[in-house]
Design a protein around this ligand. Structure first.
Ligand code: PHE
Length: 338
């Protein structure tokens, strides 16, 4: 009997010593001390031990139980510590590694220039209107004095959706839309995307324009010049010279191209301005009475001016960019410079 206890003790000691995890310790606890465990079973069969040996045997059994319990507890502690250490090592954080960071974006340079120009005209009392990019032939051409088959339509390479629906080729399409719904006095700008079937260093098929027009009694060409000069001085600096060169648009009469003294060479002549010292920046003119007729205004009562500029072109001149295709390319090395 006592031998029995001795060998159980030895076996338990060895097994507990070799237990490598909390789980193994737990199953050894079940094996020795559980309801059907070795010690418990021995205790139950105490009745089979001769009466005189029982107290001594019982005592041996109790102290064996106690020592196994202590061994199990000690082993559990050390396994727990080892497991904790292991998981700490595995999840170790190196607080000296530089953090990863998300770069902040910013507005696209075309949007920045558009916002800047818009703010200038708002400060002059203009309001902002928008029109659809998919537009009726009527507003894009016909209401602007370009009837079907008018040769001036060739000036703008048009994307046709159907025979009488186009992608607007200019923001001038907003003029008659606004006039139909409002009566003079009008001071309006219409910024937005326009589309032309054209692509090279200075043309992209989708670009941005900003239209402006003012209609009231007694508006004169000098008002047009004054407003545009003020705008140009704010964007390109007060020393920039402005000149009006006769031109043609079906929806303005008279019409002009507005040139500014070259922003690169300040008028001396360089390869950007083609040695002339001047750069064309926008188209403008006095609104053609035919447009008022389409809008339902009395052409004898009202006069006004209109102008339209390409935002990419203004941005290119402002920042000395030589290829318009850089704008839609979205190369971060380009965009980060603004
Ligand atoms: N719509 C013309 C263009 O896109 C520009 C313009 C607008 C000219 C208003 C005169 C008046 O070329």
């Amino acid at each position: 009997m006592v031998n029995d206890i001795h060998s159980i003790k030895e076996q338990a000691q060895e097994e507990i010593h070799n237990a490598a995890s909390l789980k193994e310790v737990q199953s050894l606890k079940v094996k020795y001390l559980g309801k059907k465990g070795i010690i418990t079973t021995k205790a139950r069969s105490l009745g089979a031990v001769p009466k005189e040996d029982r107290p001594a045997y019982g005592q041996e059994l109790n102290s064996l139980k106690k020592s196994i319990d202590e061994l199990l507890q000690a082993r559990a502690e050390s396994c727990k510590a080892a497991e904790m250490e292991q998981s700490l090592q595995a999840e170790r954080l190196d607080l000296t590694i530089p953090g990863s960071f998300t770069a902040f974006g910013h507005l696209h340079p075309v949007t920045q220039v558009m916002d800047e120009i818009t703010a200038i005209f708002i400060s002059l009392g203009f309001t902002v209107e928008e029109g659809p990019e998919v537009e009726h032939d009527y507003y894009n051409f016909e209401a602007l004095n370009m009837p079907p088959d008018h040769p001036a339509r060739d000036m703008q390479d048009t994307f046709y959706i159907s025979d009488d629906v186009v992608l607007r080729t200019h923001t001038s399409s907003v003029q008659v839309r606004v006039m139909e719904k409002n009566s003079p006095p009008l001071r309006v700008i219409a910024p937005g995307k326009v589309y032309r079937c054209d692509a090279d260093v200075s043309h992209i098929p989708m670009f941005h324009q900003l239209e402006g027009f003012m209609v009231d009694k007694h508006i004169r060409m000098s008002d047009l010049k004054g407003v545009l000069e003020l705008f140009i001085h704010r964007v390109f600096g007060p020393d920039t010279k402005v000149r009006l060169r006769p031109s043609f648009f079906p929806f303005t009469e008279p019409s002009a191209e507005i040139d500014i003294s070259c922003v690169m060479c300040r008028g001396k002549g360089c390869n950007v301005c083609g040695t002339s010292g001047w750069i064309e920046i926008l188209g403008a003119g006095m609104i053609n009475p035919r447009v008022y007729e389409k809008a339902g205004y009395d052409p004898g009562t009202y006069t006004g001016f209109a102008f339209g500029m390409g935002i990419e072109r203004v941005a290119m001149l402002k920042y000395s960019i030589d290829d318009v295709r850089l704008f839609p390319e979205n190369d971060k090395r380009f965009l980060e410079q603004f």
